[in-house]
Write a protein that binds this ligand. Structure first.
Ligand SMILES: [Zn+2]
Length: 143
């Protein structure tokens, strides 16, 4: 059996995602951008719930805890509704007691700590990212 050029078995890059495919690229651009992590978490319901939460709580809540008033959505940036206790750590996905509006800087900082394996119970040490009363509510099992 003769395989033409790049289609021969073992030629690895035949269907690599990095190769541009015009139709596929167009579809990707049409899709709303979602944060990293579990994509199934960020459906249209979450998009609406999180947008409404940011509308009601437009200031960065982590900055507020430090006494800084900061618009979490400056200019064209739409801001972040963060799960205080991440869903992957057992936080409630749709309970707004587990939501916090964060500015980009605070969200990046929290994500950095989470990426290092920090757990919610260790957040107390870094910049009051986690509203303590809501953390307690979550720990009480009332989520
Ligand atoms: Zn902030």
């Amino acid at each position: 059996m003769v395989f033409p050029g790049h289609q021969r078995p073992g030629f690895f890059n035949y269907d690599m995602p990095s190769l541009p495919k015009r139709n596929k690229r167009k579809q990707d651009n049409d899709r709303p951008r979602v944060p990293s992590g579990d994509r199934s978490m960020y459906d249209s319901t979450w998009a609406n719930v999180s947008k409404l939460y940011r509308k009601e709580n437009p200031l960065c809540e982590a900055c507020l805890l430090r006494g800084v008033i900061k618009d979490a959505s400056p200019g064209g940036y739409k801001g972040v509704t963060d799960h205080i206790v991440s869903v992957s750590n057992g936080g409630a996905r749709m309970d707004e007691r587990n939501f916090a509006t964060l500015c980009k800087q605070c969200h990046d900082r929290k994500s950095w700590h989470e990426g290092k394996g920090w757990k919610p119970e260790s957040y107390g040490n870094f910049g009051a990212i986690l509203p303590i009363d809501r953390k307690k509510a979550l720990q009480d099992g009332t989520k």
